[in-house]
Design a protein around this ligand. Sequence first.
Ligand code: BTN
Length: 326
Amino acid sequence: MVYTSYGSYGFGRVLELLKSHRSEYISGQDLSDVLKISRVAVWKHIRRIRSLGYAVESRQKLGYRLVGQTRLPLPWEITEGLDTEWIGKRITYFDEIGSTQEYALRIAADAGENGAVIVARRQTDGRGRADRAWISPDGGAWLSVIIRPGPDFCLTGLFPLAAAVALAESMEDVMGVGAELKWPNDVLVDGRKAAGILTDVSLTSDRVDHMVLGAGINIDVEPREIEGRIGGRGVYSLTSSDGADGAALVRAFLGRLEDAYGALASGRQDDIRDRWTARSHTVGREVEIETDGGTASGRAVGIDSDGALLLSDGRSTRRVVAGDVR
Ligand code: BTN
């Protein structure tokens, strides 16, 4: 199924009523009278609501009562309380898709709007950095955001790092975990990878036409199921609980992403670099980096103004623009 944040669904009105009567039962007859639909239609809507992961209790003579929240990143759950100006105004949710990134790239090329978000329950052909497969089973939050920068935006190198900062901060806010960053933009919890960021940039002859920012966040997934995608180096899965689920995390992330983008667009790159460095799991360590041109090694001493990693061998400092830290 596909749902959008702007579509209207028959079950949506039933869900709204159940939510607004949280601790009380509403009878099937009352739902039918208020919504002017048949009892059979009420029952079908309840069935659909349950299939979306909400727990609805039904009691003879009393009616229905919502007793548990869904853990799916459904668009209306993400937008409830979303405090952004332009990111997430249109959210499209897929139960299953090849890749939210490929879908977003297609619609972005076809004038897809700034800030549109594509989110999926699972992906069958998810893509990670360096074209690696990104296994994306049920449970995680797999999303892509379309961004159309203004004509002066030229900080594409720092943008993925800014997004990683936004994601780490949201994970801390919502899930209460300590999150670190591994260059360039992996989010680690307990030293293991809990989320990854992927950015695709589409250029015209003289400027960035659009970027698609993809984020894969492991929530309620079985680490062994996805371990292969990062070469067995360790996966961390966040655990959802009441109020700390995929939708809450995506909502927080979209808010922080908009702020982080705003910081870069208004010249506050140092703020992003400082926040990235403060959480860095890489800076201050001896590292080896696999790059296209071979292995670079040295002590990571910081990041440059464009997001490149600065490596020192004690005598000189070199820049590494892309690669995988070992
Ligand atoms: C990485 O390799 O660390 C980046 C992973 C990014 C995965 C996300 S999941 C949502 C979006 N769709 C994709 O196919 N990839 C990105």
